[in-house]
Design a protein around this ligand. Structure first.
Ligand code: PLP
Length: 383
C-alpha cells in the first residue's frame, strides 16, 4: 500500500497503526512491567529505554496511536486527565493569564481558580453563549493559554474552534482543546488550529470505565511540548504499563463505540424533546440547540453521546427521576459502554453554575429502545 492510498483513520485505529510485535509477531503488544532497563558492558542502554518514569514500551505504542488519532506530531500519556491538565498549566509563569469558558469541566476550572488565587495567574471565564466573549476575554501579550471544550460540559454549547484558534493566536496565546467529549472521531481540533489537544482518556478513549488516564497531543514539537514532557517525568504523574495496555485495547473500538453512542443519543434526544415532564433537552444534534450550526460544521461524524435533560419540578424532581432508573447507572463519568445518569449540580459543588434541574446522561452502547423505555418509566414515576 502506498502513501496515496493510506487506509482510513478508523482502520488505522482498529489495528493500532498495524501493530505487529517485532520479537514475536504478536498483534497485541506484550505487557512490559519492568521499571528499569539494563545497560551493556560498554554502559550503553541495550534498547531505547532507561527508567520507566521517563519512557517505556507500553507508552510508545499507545502514544503513537494517539498521535495518529488526533493528527499530531506526538502524544504524551499521563496517570489521569488531571495530571495532564496540571502539566499544561505548570508551563505558565507568574503574571500570565488564562481564558476559559464559564461552563466547563469543573475539575479543570477548580484548578484554574486555585492557580489564580495562589500562583499569580490571571483568569477570565467567558460566557459561551456570547460569540464575542472569548475574543474579549483574551489579553494580547498576557494571555498564554486559551483553554476550551466543545461541546462544553454539561450544557453542550459549542465553541467555534477555528475562531478560538484565531483569537488566541492573534493575542500570542496557545489554544488548548479538551476533546474528551467530542473526540477526534467527530471533531479534528488540531486541523481546526488548536495547538494542543487534551483527553481525559478515562472516558471515550478507553471506553470501559476501568482505566484512569490522560493524554496530550501536540501540533508542534516546540519548547512548550518539550517542557510538558520534562514536567511529566519530574512531576511523576505517569501511567502504569497495564493501564497503558488496557487503554490501547479500548481505543481499537473507539470509532464503533462513539458512533453507536452518537446514534443512540440523537434518537433519545429526538424522542424526549417534546416530553411533557421536561423543560428542554440539551443536545448539539437537535436543531433547537443554540450551538447546532457550529456543531454541524465542526462535528463531522456524529454529535456525540452526551446529552442533558432539564426536568420540570426543579432539583428534587431531577433527583427523584435519577433515582427511578433501572438501566441507567447513577454514577459520574462518561464515555463508557454503559449508560450513566447524574444530577450534575450535586457533583460539582458550590461553584457550580449548572442548573439544579439538570440531569446529565452519558449514552453507552446498549440497545437504544431499552434506554428510551428506562427513561420513559423514570420520568413517568418522577412527575
Ligand atoms: C471533560 C473532562 N475533562 C477532564 C477531566 C479530568 O479527567 P480525569 O478524571 O481522567 O482526571 C474529566 C473527568 O471527568 C472530564 O470529563
Amino acid at each position: 500500500m502506498t502513501d496515496t492510498d493510506k487506509p482510513t483513520l478508523e482502520t488505522r485505529i482498529a489495528q493500532a497503526c498495524h501493530y505487529i510485535d517485532a520479537a514475536t509477531g504478536g498483534i497485541s503488544p506484550p505487557l512490559q512491567l519492568s521499571t528499569t532497563y539494563a545497560r551493556g558492558a560498554d554502559y550503553e542502554y541495550l534498547g531505547d529505554y532507561g527508567y520507566s518514569r521517563g519512557g517505556n514500551p507500553s507508552w510508545s505504542v499507545l502514544e503513537k496511536v494517539c498521535a495518529e488519532l488526533d493528527g499530531g506530531i506526538g502524544a504524551l500519556c499521563f496517570a489521569s486527565g488531571m495530571a495532564a491538565v496540571c502539566a499544561v498549566f505548570e508551563t505558565l509563569e507568574a503574571g500570565q493569564h488564562v481564558a476559559a469558558p464559564r461552563v466547563m469541566y469543573h475539575g479543570t476550572q477548580d484548578w484554574l481558580r486555585h492557580l489564580a488565587e495562589n500562583r499569580s495567574i490571571g483568569l477570565t471565564l467567558f460566557d459561551t453563549a456570547d460569540p464575542n466573549a472569548l475574543e474579549q476575554a483574551v489579553q494580547p501579550g498576557k494571555t498564554a493559554i486559551v483553554w476550551i471544550e466543545s461541546p462544553v460540559n454539561p450544557t453542550w454549547e459549542l465553541i467555534d474552534i477555528a475562531a478560538a484558534a484565531d483569537a488566541a493566536h492573534r493575542a500570542g496565546a496557545a489554544l488548548v482543546v479538551d476533546a474528551t467529549v467530542s473526540t477526534p472521531v467527530t471533531t479534528r481540533a488540531l486541523e481546526l488550529g488548536a495547538d494542543l489537544v487534551f483527553h481525559s482518556a478515562t472516558k471515550y478513549l478507553n471506553g470501559h470505565s476501568d482505566v484512569v488516564g490522560g493524554m496530550l497531543v501536540s501540533a508542534a514539537d516546540d519548547d512548550r511540548w518539550q517542557r510538558i514532557k520534562w514536567l511529566r517525568t519530574y512531576m511523576g504523574g505517569v501511567l502504569g504499563p497495564f493501564e497503558a495496555w488496557l487503554l490501547l485495547r479500548g481505543m481499537r473500538t473507539l470509532f464503533l463505540r462513539f458512533e453507536k453512542a452518537s446514534a443512540s443519543a440523537l434518537e433519545i434526544a429526538r424522542h424526549f424533546e417534546k416530553h411533557p415532564g421536561l423543560e428542554r433537552v440539551l443536545y448539539p444534534g437537535l436543531a433547537s440547540h443554540p450551538g447546532h450550526d457550529i456543531a454541524r460544521r465542526q462535528m463531522s461524524n456524529g454529535f456525540g453521546g452526551m446529552l442533558s435533560l432539564l426536568v420540570k419540578g426543579g432539583g428534587d424532581a431531577a433527583r427523584r427521576i435519577a433515582g427511578n432508573t433501572r438501566l441507567f447507572v447513577r454514577a459520574t463519568s462518561l464515555g463508557g459502554v454503559e449508560s450513566l445518569i447524574e444530577h450534575r449540580a450535586a457533583v460539582e459543588g458550590p461553584h457550580s453554575a449548572v442548573p439544579q434541574n439538570l440531569l446529565r446522561l452519558s449514552i453507552g452502547i446498549e440497545n437504544c429502545r431499552d434506554l428510551i423505555d428506562d427513561l420513559e418509566q423514570s420520568l413517568g414515576k418522577g412527575q
